[in-house]
Structures are given as structure tokens and as C-alpha cells.
Design a protein around this ligand. Structure first.
Ligand SMILES: Cc1cc2nc3c(=O)[nH]c(=O)nc-3n(C[C@H](O)[C@H](O)[C@H](O)COP(=O)(O)OP(=O)(O)OC[C@H]3O[C@@H](n4cnc5c(N)ncnc54)[C@H](O)[C@@H]3O)c2cc1C
Length: 497
């Protein structure tokens, strides 16, 4: 196997591609990575006491009934990343009402499920139905079914549905209604932690193949060969290149400004199918926070907590009074615009590590536009705490603790039953030039197929693509990215020079 291969990017797709090439006897390979670390959107960090580890990128093996990476992990005798099935029902907390989940008078979960079915019936029975935002779709449901709903159900169920913002990374007004619900292929397993898996895959091929701090500038097809140049002036020639940079970074190749960090100039330019694909799908902005406390002063019986965006009786009244759907959408938009921009304007998803493994911490997922705002604070812990304090206090009071005291950098370890905050860790996926967001997501009217088909065909027979945005099974996920790297490596193994 005398083929020379360059893999661009040392995320899980690039690492798996290199691993598969090595396993198939290809020995002339370089993995060129812009950052000074491997793993890409798998990033494990250490907490304030130097012991606890957290993932700021992916956390779960999804779809474990058909997740090949998960299957591989569980078959290993040693070296697999530990995981647990963190199954639990969501606890929903409203600012005024407190817990509204499993509420005997409201039964919101039943209405939530009906909205999912309503969406399914809108889009999955006919192909020609126009997409709309998730907000518009929920409004449509409320408009059509309000006579069967109580005021409380009208008020709170939309906020419960908005939990899905924390899967896609967009808020409900930017999210495609057609794409919002997706069937889970099995339960989710929380990985503790993904660095173990990254290291295992990276160890399965020669370490010297990986070259860090090497951002790629250009990829030129020259006859049968491909020339790759780097920002630090190196030139590499290969028979094949596998480009695994995120979709958000690939998009920069269409930008006129050639100086944007991470941008790759393709010569000849990206083909028409790829350009069409890039125009037909977006990248979400899921972000993560870790709140670390001195001790768990709260009740540790629940793993999953969703704080709901604030709603009002006025919302239910406007819905009840509506006689025209389009006018209702406008009126609810006006109501929304009247609400102050603060932490109660958005839902957030908390994972209670005190329940999972006794660690006094919460992991929190956030979405656009909050992610961009919080990540732009560059880890300023006091500012981040100021933003989230009302929500953290509400969680504490719901679960039997006194309010949160900011003990970051201070010598406070105990104050009655107050929760003493010691550290905040924040992701930076939107501000990082080599990710520029979280993973692929659909805005109204988007269609992921164009992108996936274009990525599968590649730029040409020698310039190939892998990554979470290039595959249907496991799209957006670690297992999809991993499988795409394997698939492209196998293509090269089986393709004659
Ligand atoms: C907050 C968050 C939560 C998530 N949660 C989950 C989850 O629970 N479960 C799940 O399955 N998935 C989850 N995901 C998605 C998952 O992390 C990704 O799908 C997967 O890690 C992507 O791998 P990849 O190899 O495609 O891309 P990446 O990991 O991004 O790898 C691409 C690599 O290319 C490098 N690169 C970029 N530009 C250049 C350049 N010009 N030159 C050289 N190198 C370059 C980057 O530095 C990076 O290392 C989450 C993602 C985020 C951000």
C-alpha cells in the first residue's frame, strides 16, 4: 500500500480515518491538526480540585441500539471509556410555579407528546408541506387545539417543548419545525469521559503521524496528486486528502476574505454540489457550562432538570382570544419582544452530577443566542454567575438548598445550607476559529441531504470529506463522525491509484 494520505483535522473522524488506514496497511499518512490538542469537539477538562473531569463537547453515546462506536467500546476488554445509562425523567422548573413536571392538574407531558405527534402528522405524511419555525408550529397546534387545552396547558407546554432547543443549539424561532423531533434509536449513555476514547483511537496508529499547531491554508488538485499547504509555510504532497474540518469552517472557503483563521482555499474551488449543500443547512450553537460547588447542599434524587423560559397568563389569554393564526403569530412575537433579555427568557438543561456520581456539580446546556453571549465573556466567571444566578437559586430552592453564594477564588467553604460556588467552566465553541459553532442543525427550509450527498461524492476522487456533517446515520454525533472517518479511509484503501 504505497498510497500517501493526508488527513486534515484530528477530531474523532480524522483519528478514526488514520486508524483505519493503518489497520489496512497504509503507512504514509499525516494527520495535520490546527489546534495544539487532538479530539476536536471532544474536549475533556479538569475541575477546580484537579480531580473531577467534565466534557465540554460531546457527553453521550446516542442511539445505543445502532451505535457502532458504542458497540466497539462495549466489546473491548480494556481501554474503553466508562459510561452509564443516565435514564431519568426531566424535572421542569418554572420561575413562578416551581416544579410543573408530572403535575396532577396540568398533565403537561401528555400535551407535549401530542405536539410531537402533531408535528409528525404535519410533515411525515406528505412531502410537499412547507417548513416553518418550531415556534410557528407550536403556535399552529395551540391555535387549532386550544378548545381542548386548559389555560395552564397553553401557557406551560410550549415552554416544555422548547427543551428541544437544547438538542439542536438554536432557539425555537430559528429551528426548523420539520427537523425538530427525531426518533431516538435506543437510550443515551453518558460517557465518563470522552478523553479516554479519543486517546484509545489515537493510540491505534503511529503517534508521529499527528502534527499539531498546523492550520491548513490551501488544497490544490495537481494532476493525480493533491498539494496541501499550511499556514506556517509547509507544503505536503499526497495521493489522497481526507478533509474533516467542521462544516462551519468549510463554509469559510466560500468567503471572499481569505485571511479568516482556519479558511482553506480550494484550487479549483469547491464543486457546485458542495456549494449547494453548504447553502442548504446551518450549524447550531450548543454550548456547555459546568458549575462546581464545594458540597452538594441540594437533594440529589434527580439527574435531569430543565428550567423553563418564563411565561405569563397573558400568553394563554392571547391564544384563547385568537381568531386568525397569522395574527396570533404576530401577537405572540410582540409579547416575546416585550420580555427583558435575561436568563429567564430561555430554557436550560442541567445534569446533576451529585445524582450521577456524587460530584457537587451541574453541567448545563445552552443554545443560541445565549451561547454566543456567554462564550463571548471569555470565561469571566463573575459575569457568567451574574447571568445565571437567578436560575441557579431557583434550582437550589426547588431542591432543598439555600441560595448560591459566589465563593469563586474566596476562602469560603461553608455557610449554613447555602450552595458555595467554587468554579465555572465554559465552552467556547462559537468563538473558537476551528469549530465556529457546535454541529449541523436545520433552520426552517433547510435540508441536510444535499450536504450529505455532496460530501459523500467528495470534491473529486482524491479530495474526500469526513466528519459529523457528512453522514446520515449518526449525523451531528460522535458515532457518525467516527463512522464517516472509517468509511473514507476504506474508500481510499479500495480505490486504485
Ligand atoms: C457542546 C457540544 C455537545 C455535543 N454533545 C454530543 C453528544 O452528547 N453526543 C454526540 O454524539 N455528539 C455530541 N456533539 C457532537 C460531537 O462532538 C461532534 O459531532 C464530533 O465530535 C465531531 O467530530 P469531527 O471529527 O467531525 O469534527 P471535529 O471534532 O471538530 O474535528 C475537526 C478537526 O479539524 C480541525 N481543523 C479545523 N480547521 C482546520 C484547519 N484549517 N486546518 C487543520 N485543522 C483544522 C479542528 O481543530 C478539529 O480538531 C456535541 C458537540 C458539542 C459542540
Amino acid at each position: 500500500m504505497s498510497k500517501k494520505v493526508i488527513v486534515i483535522g484530528a477530531g474523532i473522524s480524522g483519528l478514526k480515518a488514520a486508524s483505519t488506514l493503518y489497520a489496512n496497511g497504509i503507512t504514509d499518512v499525516k494527520v495535520l491538526e490546527a489546534r495544539q490538542r487532538i479530539g476536536g469537539r471532544l474536549r475533556t477538562v479538569t475541575g477546580f480540585n484537579g480531580k473531577q473531569k467534565y466534557d465540554l463537547g460531546a457527553s453521550w453515546h446516542h442511539d445505543t441500539l445502532c451505535n457502532e462506536l458504542f458497540d466497539e467500546e462495549v466489546e473491548l476488554n480494556e481501554g474503553a471509556a466508562p459510561f452509564i445509562f443516565d435514564d431519568d425523567f426531566n424535572v421542569y422548573i418554572d420561575k413562578e410555579r416551581g416544579r410543573v413536571d408530572m403535575h396532577p392538574d396540568m398533565r403537561l407531558e401528555f400535551v407535549d407528546r401530542e405536539i410531537e405527534k402533531f408535528t409528525d402528522m404535519q410533515y411525515h405524511q406528505r412531502l410537499d408541506v412547507e417548513d416553518m419555525s418550531f415556534f410557528e408550529l407550536i403556535t399552529k397546534y395551540l391555535f387549532e387545539k386550544k378548545k381542548f387545552l386548559t389555560d395552564d396547558q397553553i401557557r406551560y407546554t410550549p415552554q416544555i417543548c422548547r427543551f428541544l432547543e437544547l438538542w439542536h443549539g438554536f432557539d425555537w424561532k430559528s429551528l426548523s419545525a420539520k427537523d425538530t423531533y427525531f426518533g431516538h434509536q435506543g437510550r443515551n449513555a453518558l460517557v465518563l469521559n470522552f478523553d479516554v476514547l479519543v486517546k484509545r483511537v489515537a493510540k491505534s496508529f503511529p503517534n508521529e503521524w499527528i502534527q499539531l499547531n498546523t492550520s491548513i491554508n490551501s488544497i490544490t488538485r495537481k494532476g493525480k496528486e493533491v498539494l496541501v499547504t499550511t499556514a506556517n509555510g509547509e507544503a505536503h504532497i499526497a495521493d489522497y486528502v481526507i478533509v474533516t474540518i467542521p462544516q462551519s469552517v468549510l463554509e469559510l472557503s466560500l468567503a471572499a476574505d481569505k485571511q479568516i483563521p482556519g479558511r482553506i482555499e480550494f484550487i479549483p474551488p469547491l464543486n457546485k454540489k458542495i456549494i449547494k449543500g453548504l447553502h442548504s443547512i446551518h450549524v447550531g450553537s450548543l454550548g456547555k457550562m459546568i458549575f462546581e460547588f464545594q458540597d452538594a447542599t441540594w437533594d440529589a434524587n434527580h439527574t435531569k432538570i430543565v428550567t423553563l423560559a418564563q411565561s405569563s397568563d397573558k400568553f394563554a389569554q392571547i391564544v384563547k382570544d385568537a381568531t386568525d393564526y397569522d395574527q396570533l403569530v404576530k401577537d405572540l412575537n410582540v409579547l416575546d419582544q416585550q420580555q427583558d433579555e435575561n436568563c429567564w427568557k430561555h430554557p436550560f438543561y442541567f445534569i446533576n452530577f451529585a445524582q450521577i456520581n456524587g460530584t457537587p456539580s451541574f453541567m448545563m446546556l445552552m443554545q443560541e443566542p445565549v451561547t454566543r453571549h456567554i462564550e463571548s465573556l471569555n470565561g469571566d466567571q463573575d459575569k457568567i454567575f451574574d447571568y445565571f444566578q437567578p436560575i441557579l437559586d431557583k434550582i437550589m430552592s426547588t431542591f432543598g438548598s439555600d441560595s448560591v453564594i459566589n465563593g469563586i477564588g474566596k476562602d469560603i467553604t461553608k455557610d449554613g445550607n447555602h450552595a458555595i460556588l467554587k468554579n465555572i467552566l465554559s465552552s467556547s465553541w462559537t468563538s473558537d476559529p476551528y469549530s465556529r459553532g457546535s454541529y449541523t442543525a436545520c433552520k426552517p427550509g433547510d435540508d441536510g441531504w444535499d450536504m450529505i450527498l455532496a460530501m459523500n461524492e467528495g470534491q473529486d476522487s482524491r479530495i474526500r470529506f469526513a466528519g459529523e456533517h457528512t453522514i446520515m446515520d449518526g449525523a451531528g454525533s460522535v458515532n457518525g463522525a467516527w463512522a464517516s472517518g472509517r468509511n473514507e479511509a476504506e474508500y481510499i484503501v479500495n480505490h486504485s491509484l
